[in-house]
Design a protein around this ligand. Sequence first.
Ligand code: PMP
Length: 423
Amino acid sequence: MNYSRFLTRVSQNRQPSLIRELTSLLSNASPQLVFMAGGLPNVQMFPFQAASITMRDNQTITINPKLMNDCLQYGPTPGYPPLIKQLKKLTEKLHAPPCWAESDLVVTTGSQDGLCKALEMMLNPGDYIVTQEPCYTGTLGIMNPYKPHYLAVKGDDEGMKPEALKAVLSKWQPGDVRDAQEGVPKVLYINPNACNPTGVSCTEERRREIYKIASEYNLIILEDDPYYFVQFGGMKDFSPSFLSMDTDGRVLRFDSFSKILSSGLRIGYVTGPKPLIERIVLHAQVSVLHAPAMSQVLVSELLQIWGVDGFLKHTQTVQEFYLKQRDAMLQAAHKHLEGLCEWTVPTGGMFLWLKVPKIFDTWDMILERGLKKDVMLVPGKAFMCDSSLPSQYMRAAFSMVTPTAMDKGFQSLAELIHEEIAL
Ligand code: PMP
């Protein structure tokens, strides 16, 4: 594929930072190397020497002074080499990308950082962007300042509708290879598993159709998948990722450890075609330099101790917890919101997406009157490409609240909705 048509002029203008490139070479250098190049501070002057972290399963991660050096020192921009190796192995096992030899992987400061850099690499102000709607607010937050023409694609309980995708693209010809400056969409954003905010996962059949359409219209698919490991069906039922069906080299996949290891560690990773990953790395070379080294080492050590099987076993525990939480929230919804709200059963993740058919817009009800009733959700408008339009939806998170609090919260919500209808 020719990737240059997808890149903004700013991204194309990025040049490798000499010092960053030299730092990358260090991991393969001989111990005899007299390194006088980089401005590396002397770690002896840092106050930290070693650490020991106790895990919930009572195992211990020991960060000895040598490993502590890796935690405290600047590292290569694409990521901590042992972690990259582990993540590549994991990706190969889980997704077996068809274009693996032409792919690469970069560790990012959470997947949000990867999304931000990828979109910056491809978007010019006023571009057409194909996106699912409703859409994760963090992605809208990146895209909105470009004042794009959104081609919003709706879905149902099987995910994004391929016919709706075709419909928004109908004014273009398949195979149009003009530059996006000339008004051709080139990016498709999708959150395929346990979508934030709807909790819906896209079926395999639809994914294949969507991929085919993306291929026909020459779109790069941004596969934002932080809930991959929080799907309730269990791994044997996971639908194949877009990365796993990417024979063209048009998928950038965004993974995250935020929902399964820690959100505060800020570790995500982007996998995709080498020329695109390279642009993300060049951006990182001048923004964050690299994802936090301490976090990368910690994740790497954890993966080392657990192995892939232990890691996957842990993700199963996470799934089981959120599944119970989901069921508790559904129970509370049935008890208090039946007849007032509509919802689809989330197949993973942390959210229940509620529709209130008798209310024109949930915004004022939640933000102005919800607090007085001690209940807070996110109004649906926050997830819409055009937030000036009303939304009958709202998002409730079941990740943190206890079943008792869910019951109380939905009781208050029901009262709130009744009052709103009576207004
Ligand atoms: N994408 C989606 C769909 C999300 O829900 C989130 C987190 N709320 C992110 C990306 C960002 O996650 P991270 O913590 O990895 O930056």
